[in-house]
Write a protein that binds this ligand. Structure first.
Ligand code: NAD
Ligand code: FE2
Length: 404
């Protein structure tokens, strides 16, 4: 990246860092079980609620206990269950239409990050009917209070229940983009490990690595604060001590609970301290080819970290200590290597590939341009890269036979 653009990016990021203590960040109120949800709705005088979820969750009947609890308390519910992985603008509009048709006054996002983000974006469109999702892209474009929003994550994962972001894919252009605004932070979040038990091992692994990526990218960025660093280290510790067990035995409630808490902490870290190029590239692949978000991050993570070079070794050493891979006497370079090796080994154990088979060489300039536009100047990454430099990163993830 040329020196002028670098100066612009770093100045932009410094301004946001200075403003950080003044900005109205908030956290959701945490609830331990879905049985608390009807009472909250009653207290807020909400008697008609829209549930946003996806077809697999409906098929697995995961949502039944919530629906029964609502019915018992006389709360009418209406279910939108057509959310796709990498939720689209069409999904959001359909969910919004259902909300309006039934005169609802609250929204529950129930599912993985896709359902939670679809619920958030539907809320934004309900309060801003004249502003398209495309116009909400970026930061602080909504600025109007959403209807009561409750997030119930069933993956551990995205941390969307803790964040001010919703990531949406344009149904026509297939471009995936984050919408960031304080009003998107849910009012309540239910962290119940029992509803994550049915998550299959591979999805457990990839969504778990998504949470790991949030913690690492937030930690490495220049806008990390004492609190977000602490949250990120806690998340890394929990993931390194629980993800393998949740992968091996999905019914282990302790491991599932640790992963949900890790995902939440990682969400708290990155909502204030941002993500980095792993996410910017993953979003371009999710939008263009529908590559699941956790899988894209899991494929990309170690290679992008390696591209940052020795500038991140000290921070990786600190994360290696949090992960139990090093102690404070371990030399920086050695500790950083152990941390990167551990991520590579984790990928091998979980059967995560090293390429994105859908990626086509001719698409790379356009995708790199999308990633550049998403990340620069907003993400305070440790090493700035422009579209040309990002293109070289994409080449790593081509299938070997396509990279000749
Ligand atoms: N808003 C944010 O802060 C934020 C952060 C990171 C990622 N995201 C977004 O979240 C989306 C990805 O979410 P995700 O990784 O949680 O996956 P997902 O929501 O797309 O779900 C993936 C699959 O897992 C299934 N599933 C979910 N929970 C299950 C369970 N308990 N048992 C069985 N199957 C279950 C779903 O039905 C779906 O088929 C992406 O669009 C990504 O961009 C948002
Ligand atoms: Fe993510």
């Amino acid at each position: 990246m040329n020196i002028f653009r670098k100066c612009y990016c770093r100045t932009f990021q410094a301004a946001f860092r200075l403003a950080l203590p003044l900005l109205p960040y908030r956290s959701p109120q945490l609830l331990s079980g879905i049985d608390r949800v009807p009472k909250i709705l009653r207290q807020q005088h909400c008697t008609r609620v829209l549930i946003v979820t996806d077809a697999d969750i409906t098929r697995l009947k995961l949502i039944r206990p919530l629906q029964q609890a609502l019915t018992r308390q006389g709360i009418s519910w209406f279910c939108y269950d057509r959310t796709s992985a990498n939720p689209t603008t069409d999904n959001v509009e359909e969910a919004k239409a259902l909300y309006l048709k039934h005169g609802c006054s609250a929204i529950i996002g129930f599912g993985g990050g896709s359902s939670l983000d679809c619920a958030k974006a539907a809320g934004a469109r309900i309060v801003k009917p004249r502003q398209s999702l495309q116009k909400m892209k970026g930061i602080l474009k909504i600025r109007r209070r959403l209807p009561l929003l409750i997030a119930i994550p069933t993956t551990a994962g995205t941390g969307s229940e803790a964040t001010l972001a919703a990531v949406i894919t344009d149904s026509v252009t297939r471009r995936k983009y984050p919408i960031n605004d304080f009003v998107l932070t849910p009012d309540y979040a239910v962290l119940d490990p029992c509803i994550t038990v049915s998550l299959p091992p591979f999805l457990t692994a990839t969504t778990g690595i998504d949470a790991l990526t949030h913690a690492i990218e937030a930690y490495l960025g220049n806008s990390a604060t004492r609190d977000t660093r602490k949250a990120a280290r806690k998340a890394v510790h929990l993931i390194f001590t629980s993800l393998d067990q949740a992968f091996r035995d999905g019914t282990d409630i302790r491991a599932r609970k640790c992963m949900l808490i890790a995902s939440y902490y990682a969400g708290c870290a990155f909502t204030k301290s941002y993500v980095g190029y792993v996410h910017a590239i993953a979003h371009s692949l999710g939008g263009e080819y529908g590559v699941p978000h956790g899988l894209a991050n899991a494929v990309l993570l170690p290679s992008v970290l390696e591209a940052y070079g020795s500038s991140i070794h000290e921070k990786l050493r600190q994360l290696a200590i949090a992960a139990g891979l090093a102690d404070r006497h371990t030399p920086r370079r050695e500790a950083a290597k152990r941390f990167l090796d551990a991520i590579h080994e984790m990928k091998t154990r979980f059967g995560i590939p090293s390429a994105i088979p859908e990626l086509r060489k001719e698409d790379i300039p356009r995708l790199a341009h999308y990633a550049d536009r998403e990340a620069n100047p907003l993400y305070p990454v440790p090493v700035l890269m422009d579209a040309g430099e990002l293109e070289r990163l994409y080449l790593i993830f081509l299938r070997k036979e396509d990279n000749l």
